[in-house]
Ligand binder design. Structure first.
Ligand code: GLN
Length: 292
């Protein structure tokens, strides 16, 4: 019979041989996650004997990781802004970069909630529901709609709303951008596909083989989604409403220009933890603004 420590050591060796950057951490994290153990329990419980079915599950998971499947996809969920979110093949795995968007929007959501008593948010291309659910969790007066072209993604987002106790303030809409959206929103957010089509083949296998292409491919210049959103957003945004967008590291000027040409102005650009431009906050242009 195999011990936990033996299994972790064997996984670590195979990951290292395959060139995984952080083989030791991944081995502990994957096996701990499969068995429902914290990293401390994995460290201190090395003598634990594994059952045959645990051993089988661990070797299946190791094979999947060696075929580039990300650890959280194998485990089926990951944490995002204090929530646990299920993943499915139709959903992008939420990244820490996207927490920057949540953090940037949060003070505005709180301010509007304070001023109006309630607020409505639309998250376009919601995927797992990450952005909408994180904001709803943090702002009790917030009601969110998550839209997506993928029915499967919306099913996952709804499951995540239930999992995190937000199902009463979250609904979904199957829609390509604004095609089937109804109503007016105080805040509209999106982490749309923004990778240039010709860059997709160069993405790491973990991303290219496992994140859905519809969530990554932003068209020939990576900006298709921003043009669609800027063209359609007008009637769906309250006059004093706010748009919050995740962008690629080199897209600040181009995305701001797309929105400026449709009458919106940049409120703030925010960098991610890695120091890259990652988020733009925009609003409808103010005609009464003094020219300078
Ligand atoms: N941040 C993702 C990546 O680089 C891309 C997400 C997106 O296109 N919205 O893998």
């Amino acid at each position: 019979m195999k011990t936990l420590a033996g299994a972790v050591m064997a996984a670590r060796r195979r990951f290292a041989e395959a060139g995984l950057a952080d083989a030791a951490f991944e081995a502990r994290y994957l096996i701990g996650g499969l068995l429902g153990l914290s990293s401390t329990q994995v460290f201190t419980g090395g003598d634990r004997l594994l059952t045959l079915s645990e051993t089988a599950r661990i070797s299946d998971a190791i094979e999947r990781r060696l075929h580039h499947e990300p650890v959280h996809r194998i485990l089926g969920s990951r944490d995002f802004f204090g929530l646990t979110l299920k993943l499915s093949k139709e959903t992008l795995e939420p990244r820490p970069d996207t927490e920057t968007l949540v953090e940037a929007v949060l003070p505005h959501a709180r301010r509007i909630a304070e001023e109006k008593g309630s607020l409505r948010l639309l998250d376009m291309g919601t995927g797992t529901g990450a952005i909408a659910l994180a904001l709803a969790k943090s702002v009790p007066q917030l009601t969110a709609v998550g839209s997506d072209i993928s029915r499967g993604a919306l099913d996952t987002a709804l499951a995540n709303a239930h999992l995190n106790g937000i199902e009463n303030r979250f609904s979904t809409c199957e829609s390509r951008w604004f095609d089937r959206i109804e109503g007016c929103f105080d805040i509209i957010v999106s982490n749309p596909p923004y990778i240039r089509s010709d860059v997709i083949p160069q993405l790491a296998e973990d991303v290219r083989f496992f994140d859905p292409m519809a969530a990554l491919d932003g068209g020939p210049d990576g900006l298709d989604a921003y043009r669609d959103i800027a063209d359609g957003v007008g009637p769906f945004l309250q006059p004093d409403g706010m748009i919050g967008l995740e962008i690629g590291f080199d897209q600040k000027e181009t995305v701001a220009a797309i929105f400026r040409s449709r009458g919106f102005e940049l409120v703030e650009a925010v960098r991610d933890y890695g120091g890259n431009d990652r988020v733009l906050l925009l609003r409808a242009g103010r005609e009464d603004k003094p020219s300078s």
